[in-house]
Design a protein around this ligand. Structure first.
Ligand code: CDP
Ligand code: MG
Length: 834
């Protein structure tokens, strides 16, 4: 590590002698000393408001004229054949009947809660009604309507749709903005953006100056960002009396939101869904011709703990229901069901691969039912793929050329997306396998049959062990209702719930809000950078507040990585991190990559970690794919270095016009690599704007590719995501502080190793499935942990040494320890103050 030390030392000297950052948004914050910081915290969030300037008479005239023009444009468009068609379509939507009531409520109240079934026209129509009424009132050129969406994909597709309905190009009066991407012009009056974007805007524009309407969509999902935004808006409203807030929900839990906003009026848009016949497991089994006898085997199924608990609570709750369960269970013995009893049993437990029940229902539909598309709700991508493979040539479904099986996923290619929405040719049965994302955010119009497994993979957060979990769990009644509703969009439909009615009765009414089931680090950082005061006090104002322990864990994490100081004040590093549109750990990696002049490879790592893994692992060729990935890793024991090499190889191949072939040969996703490439560019420009990059560093050649240095910066970002490595004769034992023994995900390079000749692994993510699994990891040495792990004060340094038990002897050699301490302080100062 001589090499590394010399580098760190040299860079330190060089940097410390340099001037501080010069320009850009980040440098503004860099000049805010910690004193200012604290003052701002005490001052509170909204006191900075500037009074709105009155508009001059001339300006008013100009704006009025502009508004008039907009109106004339619209009218002209509506005269055209296409415009007529659009108008007709729009008038046919259920929301149209409620238009006047909606607009009246909005004009008379500051906050309005709107609910209505998915597809009734909330997202596409309501913002347009507002825009149109503003244009009518000659305010078309001054209004500014922001409509937030929980997902990128919906912000983009909805804005496109609305622009088309208005006969415009995107970026005229309608635009969108999502992370690192957008289409928005000077005259854009209606902006669809992700909730994250609006939160980011609040960072620089605390009172949302100039915004006339904020519409928060899909609040029933109770996403973390939406819950957070609602707290901020609730604080803002009294200070911006002319700002209107509209909340939109697909389910009927409007009361909750209404009472949160002091009894805001609620408007429900009655839908026109066709009746949907509901089948629970009891009659499905009968329908598919399976009689059932005993229920002993159900206990095998009891390995599913959740089900056991469900059964127990049911027993406790109501003996009546309990006996209903018994009856159903009795009825649901799977002994005669198919020939592979085990297989069919596991269909109760959709996380394991056993699809008999689904297959039988599908076969029943294909053989006996009327035409119409089928939508199958499953738990995850793996299950979807496995079932798709199995169904593709399934004799039960009849002639394979008459069935079109499609998988639906957030990151699918757009050509594939089209197929999902398009009506197949006559006589072809479209079957779409989807996760719960098809519940509300996308709408497939020709669905007549819904098959619902009753489970969804849900992230949760184990605050006690500070570990995120991803486990399939029973859905809520609201989700089940939503899934059912997808069947009745164009005609009456059928819904097959693959669980007994009594299990449905025991479902929770609504899903637990995300705020209560995710780690809160980014959120806490945002609270601090928005100067919203004490984190725990702020979060106690949420619709439902998270556990104190979760909050504490997040604050502790931010302190460890040096984003907050001991008094919970934002540090300079913290302020920088809050400005970057990535997780704090990835942001830290970027900043350090810039400071230590190895940004180029670090850009690849950060882009890779924020998109998705470009290494493909097809089920049937897993061995080949793993070997291909292994080749990139060499003897480096690092998934991140493998990623860098794979990307570099692809870039080279691209210049030789053989990128596609390269991907094919190496089991890489060209699409993902392209996405990484474009993210890299965007991150680079962001950092350049901060003034962190000298002009002479804009050429790729100016960046170090020293592998030790890259490892060190990766460690700096991922710490405290670290586990110790102990090589046994035949296996490797990995341990983290919180979880004890952990395992490596099978896709990791290091999972294939017999021995890892390093004492530590840093990892990007850990996830509790049954055991705790680590995803991408990089092996690192003691010195790197000491120099780049976390933040340091003397006390913490000693804590560090304790953690490095077994290596104490070496590091306690007084001169060496001093050297490290000195160097590390230097690194720390550099990060915090420059
Ligand atoms: O927000 P909500 O679920 O209430 O409905 P919406 O997204 O406003 O969609 C209203 C209608 O517009 C749907 O029933 C679709 O038929 C149609 N739509 C469309 O054709 N293309 C889109 N990209 C979005 C909506
Ligand atoms: Mg919607």
């Amino acid at each position: 590590h001589f090499n590394l030390q010399r580098k760190v030392d040299g860079l330190l000297r060089e940097y410390l002698s340099q001037r501080p950052m010069n320009r850009g948004s980040l440098s503004d914050s860099a000049s805010t000393g910690s004193n200012n910081n604290r003052m701002a915290t005490d001052e509170g969030f909204f006191d900075h408001q500037e009074p709105q300037k009155p508009i001059s008479a001339v300006m008013e005239k100009i704006l009025k004229r502009k508004s008039l023009q907009l109106r004339e444009q619209q009218l002209a468009w509506q005269e055209t054949v296409e415009g007529q068609k659009m108008l007709e379509f729009r008038r046919g939507l259920p929301a149209y009947k409620a238009k006047e009531a909606l607009l009246a409520a909005i004009s008379q109240n500051q906050v309005v809660v709107v609910s209505g079934e998915t597809g009734c026209g909330k997202t596409t129509q309501l913002p347009q009604y507002i825009l149109e009424s503003e244009i009518e009132a000659a305010r078309g050129a001054v209004c500014s309507i922001i409509c937030t969406q929980p997902r990128r994909i919906s912000a983009m597709s909805v804005s496109e749709r609305v622009a088309a309905e208005r006969g415009e190009q995107l970026g005229e009066s309608v635009g969108y903005k999502v992370r690192l991407e957008g289409m928005k012009g000077r005259d854009t009056r209606l902006l669809f953006c992700t909730t994250g974007i609006l939160l980011r805007r609040l960072l620089v524009d605390r009172s949302l100056k100039g915004v006339s309407h904020v519409i928060v969509d899909e609040i029933h999902e109770r996403g973390m960002n939406e819950d957070f935004l609602l707290i901020v808006l609730k604080e803002l409203l009294p200070r911006r009396p002319e700002l209107k807030l509209i909340l939109m929900s697909a389910t009927l839990n409007a009361e909750l939101f209404s009472s949160y906003f002091g009894g805001a009026p609620m408007i429900h848009i009655p839908g026109f869904t066709y009746p949907v016949r509901t089948h629970f497991l009891e009659n499905i089994l009968e329908m598919t011709g399976h009689r059932l006898t005993s229920y002993n085997q159900i206990d095998d199924y009891g390995h599913d703990k959740q089900w056991k608990m469900q059964k127990q609570t049911l027993r406790k709750k109501k003996s009546q229901i309990a006996s209903a369960v018994e009856d159903t269970l009795e009825a649901a013995s799977f002994r005669e069901y198919g020939s592979r009893t085990q297989d069919s049993l596991s269909c109760w437990n959709p996380d394991s691969i056993g699809f008999n029940l689904i297959e039988n229902v599908l076969s029943h539909i294909c053989k006996n039912e009327r035409p119409g598309a089928v939508l199958v709700f499953m738990t995850g991508w793996d299950d979807i793929n496995a079932l798709k493979d199995k169904l593709q040539s399934h004799p039960l479904l009849g002639d394979p050329s008459r069935v079109l099986i499609l998988a639906c996923h957030g990151s699918m290619a757009s050509s594939e997306q089209r197929l999902i929405f398009d009506k197949p040719e006559d006589g072809v049965r479209k079957i779409v396998l989807a996760t719960n994302m098809a519940e509300t955010s996308i709408t497939i119009n020709d669905v007549v049959f819904v098959v619902d497994c009753g489970k969804a993979k849900e992230t949760s957060y184990d605050a006690l062990n500070n570990t995120p979990c991803l486990l399939p769990s029973w859905i809520s009644k609201a989700s089940a209702r939503q899934r059912r509703g997808r069947a009745g969009r164009v005609q009456s439909g059928e819904c097959y719930h693959l669980y007994p009615k009594c299990v449905y009765d025991a479902f929770a009414d609504y899903q637990l809000p995300e705020l209560l089931r995710t780690p809160l680090q980014s959120l806490c950082l945002q609270i601090k950078s928005l100067q919203l005061g004490s984190i725990s006090k702020f979060l106690s104002m949420a619709l439902q507040s998270p556990e104190q322990l979760s909050v504490q864990n997040a604050v502790d994490y931010l302190k460890v990585i040096g984003a907050l100081d001991e008094q919970e004040n934002l540090t300079v590093l913290g302020r920088h991190l809050s400005m970057l549109p990535v997780e704090p750990k990835l942001g830290k990696m970027l900043l350090l990559g810039a400071i230590f002049k190895c940004l180029d490879p670090i850009l690849t790592v950060v882009a890779g970690l924020s998109v998705r893994d470009p290494f493909l692992m097809p089920f049937d060729k897993k061995d080949l794919a793993e070997s291909a990935k292994f080749q990139f890793a060499g003897r480096d024991h690092s998934d991140h270095l493998a990623l860098i090499r794979a990307y570099e190889g692809w870039r080279k191949a691209e210049t030789e016009r053989s990128g596609y072939e390269y991907c094919w040969r190496n089991f890489l996703s060209a699409q993902t690599l392209k996405a990484i490439d474009s993210l890299r560019k965007q991150f680079f420009h962001l950092l350049k704007d901060t003034g962190l990059l000298d002009d002479d560093l804009t050429s790729r050649n100016a960046w170090s590719t020293d592998e030790h240095l890259i490892r060190a910066v990766i460690c700096a970002g991922l710490y405290p995501g670290i586990c110790s490595v102990v090589n046994k004769s035949k296996s490797i034992t990995l341990k983290t502080m919180e979880d004890g023994q952990v395992l490596l995900h099978s896709n990791s390079i290091n999972a294939r190793e017999m021995k890892i000749p390093y004492p530590w692994l840093v990892f990007n993510e850990k996830m509790k499935v049954n055991s705790v699994f680590l995803r991408d990891s990089t092996a690192i040495s003691d010195s790197v942990v000491l120099l780049f792990g976390g933040s340091i004060s003397r006390g913490e340094f000693e804590g560090h040494l304790k953690m490095l038990e077994g290596y104490l002897e070496f590091f306690m050699k007084p001169d060496l320890a001093e050297t490290y301490l000195h160097l590390k302080r230097g690194v720390e100062d550099l990060i915090q103050n420059k």
